[in-house]
Design a binder for this molecule. Structure first.
Ligand SMILES: NC(=[NH2+])NCCC[C@H](N)C(=O)O
Length: 270
């Protein structure tokens, strides 16, 4: 049975409303099967950059450890529910190995380095950190090779992120291309990996399909396409783990409007 680990981390987001990520995590937690769900506590304090370019680094390091420990408690697949996208660091580091691919279903590439980040927000650096680059306590060692990464639904990419994508010829599946459910599985199979971690940032969806995200980008993916692509992928490769992140509802009533969509995605991952 799939486990759920709820990680209400907000310190990786640069949004002025980042603390709504706590509300989002709690709203999702309320709809998960209680016996299969562990709710972690995020450090209450913002945390300190410790002289680095990563805002709130100390809080993020503590959450990385908490998430990693919670995933390692058992061999059952864990779906880690954020919180901001930075929760993927602990989730992936608990299951990493040289046979693992990472699928990043997100409007953003999240491939900034601390030096290239326009915001200092770790959620925009986390995929790069998974490849082994970044500040010492917030990166994987050894990292996931860029050839084992597949981006999907991506449509907001900073200059250094594009350079990294081009330099490593990372596969990028556009939101429209996800309408063919084989597009994602074909790209992942081409990496040669035998297990896959699937990361979903809710902002991959078109703004017509979800309201509770802080970094909305136009021309996004359809929920039905993301769900079908994940299901098709899972017919071919075993899931090593998953992350579902960035739910940031403005009110409890607004949360209810999005929960049906979110539960469809969780259903595909669980
Ligand atoms: N997962 C996200 N919402 N990422 C937003 C990142 C925005 C911008 N590219 C940055 O690095 O700050």
């Amino acid at each position: 049975m799939t486990r759920f680990i709820v990680a209400p981390q907000w310190q990786g987001s640069s949004s002025s409303r980042a603390m709504q990520l706590i509300d989002g995590a709690e709203a999702i937690a309320g709809d998960l099967p209680r016996a299969a769900t562990t709710v972690l506590e995020a450090p209450p304090e913002a945390g300190d950059a410790q002289g680095t370019a990563v805002h709130r680094l100390t809080a993020l390091v503590r959450m990385r450890e908490r998430i990693e420990d919670a995933v390692r408690v058992s061999d059952e697949i864990a779906v880690v529910v954020g919180g901001d996208c930075g929760v993927a660091l602990g989730a992936v580091s608990a299951v990493a190995g040289d046979d693992l691919a990472v699928v990043w279903i997100d409007a953003h590439a999240d491939l900034n380095t601390p030096a290239s980040s326009p915001s200092g927000a770790f959620h925009g650096m986390v995929l790069r950190a998974l490849t082994g680059e970044g500040e010492e306590p917030l990166r994987l060692d050894p990292g996931i090779p860029p050839a084992r990464i597949v981006l999907a639904g991506t449509r907001s990419v900073d200059a250094e992120e594009q350079r990294f994508i081009d330099a490593h010829a990372i596969a990028v599946i556009t939101p429209g291309a996800l309408a063919d459910p084989d597009a994602l599985v074909d790209a992942v199979v081409a990496t040669g990996a035998s297990r896959v971690h699937v990361h979903v940032d809710l902002d991959v969806l078109d703004p017509a399909e979800i309201t509770g995200v802080s970094f909305a980008e136009p021309f996004g993916a359809r929920t039905a396409d993301v769900v079908a692509s994940i299901r098709r992928l899972r017919e071919r490769l075993p899931l090593a783990g998953a992350t579902l992140t960035e739910f940031s509802p403005s009110s409890p009533a607004a949360a209810v409007d999005d929960l049906g969509t979110i539960l469809r995605l969780i259903g595909a991952l669980a």
